[in-house]
Design a protein around this ligand. Structure first.
Ligand SMILES: [Zn+2]
Length: 466
């Protein structure tokens, strides 16, 4: 999972590039962000109120006060005009292409089996996955997301869309025990995933993954096979874990285990696993998740909306779990914007614990950035603004109403800001949104495609009701 580590060679190049060693000659960089209120999220949580970020190629080469850019010239300068500059948000669990179904059949019981699976079976094809995915990625970039962790069908189409728009992704091909839209045989997702993984090996933006749907939707033999393939091929495994009351009951009845214990017995509980939800985890499950170095995706808004339960986030954090934030799919949480989740993360834990001091804003912003990077074991490259890390950087509008006046950037982001306050986004050193304009795809075309797909889905549902 950690293929893009900061190599020793890069370190040497950085040293050579340092203006301190060659005071006379300015070093040419690609991009300098000036007049930035830099919230680094580095180990010391340094903040530079009038700071700079210097980017060369795909990496950050300098971060600090205004003087840190002395000695650099750049092809492009972006004046942040006092806006908050942060590492991009990491969405550790979603199904981006489900934008095509957003808003269908909300507020009803047992949606997954009665509504979502049948809709997907009837309608999902390559075109829906590509355009729905691209539409979801526009929403994520507009909301400050620079890395997303996705599980769906035709995941190669999600990868194609992510490459086109320039969004970083850990992309998992779904495996289930029934015929899927992209695999007529049950478990056909395993072969599909292997082919997809081979096509995207060593891609700078895309990390292919295996995505077994959940402990209850695959049999034990296939879960063991996935653990084996993941180890042999070095692929991350993305999975819904301890999300459903019925899942807990079934595994208790059939194996006398919790989902976490069950996955451990099959060899799936390890550093390659990103476990989404983990609502129903016991204290000993949390200890096991920690011991096995598993990443966990907390999907607060989707969990509230589905009324399933409150994940023990305070306990997970106290245990030192690799915990990040996710939106879940747009049919579950109805939004892909991580900044919009932040307030809920804090407030639900405060309410649950009847204690306004738990889950302070700093910790919430940590979850969305450093925590997400840790959840996918990419903290060497992502999650903070530091020289040597990948250049995934967002700029938040200094004039955003809820941020004026600005006292505490963490509190402002968590309790006041909206994803719509993100003005500019840089991913892998590339400016993918500048002053709210997506630079890499034609947004109007994507919207037109989505409206046409929506009309097709509406007609298909109407025909089915006749
Ligand atoms: Zn999900």
């Amino acid at each position: 999972m950690n293929r893009q580590t900061f190599s020793g060679l890069d370190a040497v190049c950085l040293l050579l590039a340092s203006p301190l060693l060659s005071a006379a000659e300015p070093v040419s960089a690609d991009l300098i962000i000036t007049h930035a209120h830099v919230v680094t999220m580095n180990d010391a949580r340094e903040v530079f109120e009038d700071g700079v970020v210097v980017i060369q190629g795909s990496r950050i080469v300098a971060v600090g006060p205004a003087s840190a850019s002395a000695g650099f010239t750049a092809k492009k300068t972006i004046d942040a005009r006092g806006g908050l500059v942060l590492p991009g948000m990491i969405n550790t669990h979603t199904h981006a292409s489900m934008t095509v179904f957003r808003g269908l059949g909300d507020d009803v019981p047992d949606r997954l089996r009665k509504l979502i699976f049948p809709l997907e079976k009837a309608l999902i094809d390559r075109e829906l996955v590509y355009w729905g995915g691209l539409h979801g990625m526009i929403e994520m970039i507009e909301g400050g997301v620079t890395t997303f962790v996705d599980m769906y069908y035709f995941e190669d189409e999600v990868a194609r869309a992510a490459k086109k728009i320039g969004l970083r992704g850990v992309l998992g091909e779904t495996v289930v025990n029934f015929p899927a839209p992209d695999a007529p045989e049950p478990y056909g997702g395993i072969a599909y995933a292997k082919k997809f993984a081979a096509a995207y090996r060593d891609d700078p933006l895309i990390t292919p993954a295996l995505a077994p749907h959940a402990p209850y939707s695959l049999d034990a033999d296939h879960l063991r096979l996935i653990a084996h393939e993941s180890e042999v091929l070095g692929l991350p495994v993305l999975m819904h874990v301890a999300e459903m009351p019925a899942e807990i009951a079934t595994l208790r009845q059939e194996h006398n285990m919790t989902p976490v214990e069950y996955l451990d017995s099959l060899g799936l509980l390890n550093r390659r696993l990103v476990a989404a939800h983990c609502i129903f985890v016991t204290d000993s499950d949390i200890a096991l998740l920690k011991a096995r170095d598993v990443g966990v995706a907390h999907n607060v808004v989707a969990n509230i909306k589905s009324a399933k339960g409150i994940a023990p986030v305070v306990k997970m954090l106290a245990a030192g779990l690799r915990l990040g934030l996710g939106t879940d799919g747009p049919m579950s949480g109805n939004t892909l914007d991580v900044i919009g989740q932040l307030g809920y993360v804090a407030k639900l834990q405060k309410l649950d614990q009847k204690d306004p001091t738990v889950m302070p804003a700093l910790h919430v912003v940590e979850l969305a950035t450093r925590g997400g990077a840790r959840a996918i074991h990419r903290e060497a490259d992502l999650g903070s603004l530091e020289a040597g890390k990948l250049a995934d950087v967002i700029i938040i509008d200094a004039d955003a109403t809820a941020l004026v006046p600005l006292y505490d950037p963490y509190a402002a982001l968590t309790y006041g800001a909206s994803g719509k306050d993100v003005r500019t986004s840089i991913i892998h050193g590339r400016v993918v949104m500048e002053d709210r304009r997506i630079t890499t795809v034609n947004v109007a075309e994507v919207r037109a495609r989505m409206r046409a797909i929506g009309a097709r889905i509406k007609a298909s549902i109407a025909a089915g009701k006749k």
